[in-house]
Design a protein around this ligand. Structure first.
Ligand code: MN
Length: 241
């Protein structure tokens, strides 16, 4: 059976950035999952009902998270926030984590995963980290522009089968303190910016700061979606659906 993967989205993604939503859908389908699009709901009680039909949760890219959610006041460098999307995705992620449902977070999605589990973010890399690399590339999105080092023995290492890869980079925020049950699995070479987080032990959570769905025909990208979909299939078959 093919697992149903919920792709957390935003009403705003249908605009000029709609192409990005399409690449998540294609990546999930190519990996053997059935993608369905989720948009923010207002009623907290409906979120468990949504999760009942899912085998995996994909948290996608987007704007900044309101720093209120990790106990900070907004700095000058904070970008656009979407309060309803923040509330919805943070709550959905907490509920999915309570079920130990497989979660893949991409870019903002990785940050949502981290904040939902009690972690914090750097509101702006260039302000927070001296000598930071260029993490908001002006090169095409499909082109990898910086290198990351992957922790040996981590889940991320097993999935990618490499200790170092090159990734694309379209973010100005990054994980600072890792949330509960999460570990830092990869860092950017040169400035140590967190580029991947994962669940401790067997917890099926992975967050990547880059955009694997947008990289051109790349084995490392398909490996991430294959891991996610096959883990979701196992979760679905356990009778948790
Ligand atoms: Mn980066």
């Amino acid at each position: 059976m093919k697992p149903i993967i919920g792709i957390a989205s935003s009403y705003k993604m249908g605009g000029k950035k709609g192409g990005r939503l399409e690449s998540y859908v294609k990546a999930v389908e190519a990996a053997g999952g059935i993608p369905i699009i989720l948009v923010p709901l207002g009623e907290a009680g409906n979120l468990d009902l949504q999760l009942n039909i899912l085998a995996g949760l994909l948290l996608t890219g987007g704007g900044d998270i309101d720093p209120l959610h990790y106990g900070e006041e907004p700095q000058q460098c904070l970008g656009t926030i979407e309060p309803a999307r923040d509330r919805y995705e943070l709550c959905l992620t907490q509920l999915a984590a309570e079920r130990k449902m497989p979660i893949l977070g991409v870019c903002r999605g990785m940050q949502v995963l981290n904040v939902a589990l009690g972690g914090s973010l750097h509101q702006d890399i260039s302000t927070a980290i001296k000598g930071a690399l260029k993490h908001r590339q002006e090169a095409p999105v499909w082109y990898p522009t910086h290198s990351i080092r992957i922790g040996e023995g981590s889940k991320t290492h097993k999935i990618l089968g490499a200790k170092s890869i090159r990734v694309n980079s379209l973010h100005h925020q990054a994980v600072d303190r890792a949330g509960e049950n999460l570990i830092i699995a990869a860092k950017s070479k040169g400035d140590g910016v967190v580029e991947a987080i994962e669940g401790k032990g067997n917890l099926p959570y992975l967050g990547v700061q880059w955009h694997p769905e947008a990289l051109q025909a790349n084995d490392f990208s398909t490996a991430i979606f294959r891991w996610f979909v096959s883990t979701a299939r196992e979760y679905g078959q356990k009778g948790t659906l």
